[in-house]
Design a protein around this ligand. Structure first.
Ligand code: CP
Length: 308
């Protein structure tokens, strides 16, 4: 197979096992390219891409922009805080106006789950979901699983625990889908209040005790506590959360074997993850960021019709 089975990247749920392997294989090639002295290739020359961000972002926005520029695409950036959205314009009107300027692909981050799906039904460009509410963040899951494959040789058969605020996390859902499609065993770990009610339907192990979860896994993907999405109190205090669910060196030193530590960023240092682990030899956090560019190059290239 040399083409994706989808026209848009809306979520991992819609991708096949073959799609994931094709993206990885293409990203392997692009990773080699971006480590050369001349990092740019002409693959998307004459393609125009709009990065439309209705929510804050550092990593995803920069990584998409860099990926697009490395592929020689023309890039326009839109941020809702500086736009006519503030004057009451609808999402569809905003994007249709951007498309009237002859844009071929739209990368969208939005606070509402389903916003990229809605756009894909109403406009003619390729849509790439850069995070929709608490739903999916597909390119994050692709770069996470690509990074596990790079570190451990494969994803198949590995035990991966996702720790923390599963309830509000689009990274968790996309990671669960990607890991399962690639043959990993998945566990979630966090306080009961931060686990979604439908967790039993996702085919994952559930563990409330962090030390047991860390002893079980090969890889721990630690999630940020998303205070901005929490309208009510889900735990008594940050101090208590850190006591029960903060990953630190002391906890890792008690384990029977070394494990790999991941975090999608941004990190609340000293809350869900301590610096003595985040910056240690166990952590592949900056490797994840590096791989994000190659993965996004692969996704853009393949959606634009490129094959390997
Ligand atoms: N991981 C991630 O989505 O980070 P940003 O919010 O900075 O894009």
């Amino acid at each position: 197979m040399s083409q994706l089975s989808v026209r848009h990247l809306l979520g991992i749920k819609h991708l096949s096992h073959e799609d994931l392997h094709l993206i990885f294989q293409t990203a392997d090639n692009f990773k080699e390219v971006i480590n050369r002295p001349i990092k740019k290739v002409p693959s998307l020359r004459d393609i125009t891409i709009a990065n439309v961000f209705f929510e804050n972002s550092t990593r995803t926005k920069l990584s998409f922009e860099l990926a697009e520029k490395r592929l020689s695409a023309d890039v326009v950036n839109f941020s809702s805080t500086e736009s006519s959205v503030k004057k009451g314009e609808t999402l569809l009107d905003t994007v249709n106006n951007i498309l009237a300027m002859k844009v071929d692909m739209v990368v969208i981050r939005h606070g509402s789950a389903g916003a990229p799906h809605f756009l894909s039904k109403h406009i003619d460009a390729n849509i790439i979901n850069a995070g929709d509410g608490t739903h999916e963040h597909p390119t994050q899951a692709l770069l996470d699983t690509f990074s596990i494959r790079e570190r451990l040789g494969s994803v198949e058969g590995k035990k991966v625990v996702i720790v923390g605020d599963i309830l509000h996390s689009r990274v968790a859902l996309s990671n669960i889908f990607a890991l399962q499609k690639l043959g990993a065993e998945v566990m979630v770990c966090g306080p009961n209040t931060l686990l979604p009610k439908y967790i039993d339907q996702l085919g994952v192990h559930v563990e409330l005790d962090l030390d047991k979860a860390l002893a079980w896994c090969d890889v721990a993907n630690i999630l940020r506590i998303q205070l901005e999405r929490q309208q009510i109190k889900y735990f008594p205090s940050l101090r208590e959360y850190t006591l029960y669910y903060g990953v630190n060196r002391e906890r890792l030193d008690l384990l029977p074997k070394p494990i790999t530590i991941m975090h999608p960023g941004p990190i609340n240092r000293g809350v869900e993850l301590h610096s003595d682990v985040a910056d240690s030899e166990h952590s592949i956090i900056l490797g994840q960021v590096e791989n994000g560019v190659a993965i996004r190059m692969a996704v853009l290239y393949l959606l634009a019709g490129g094959g390997v």
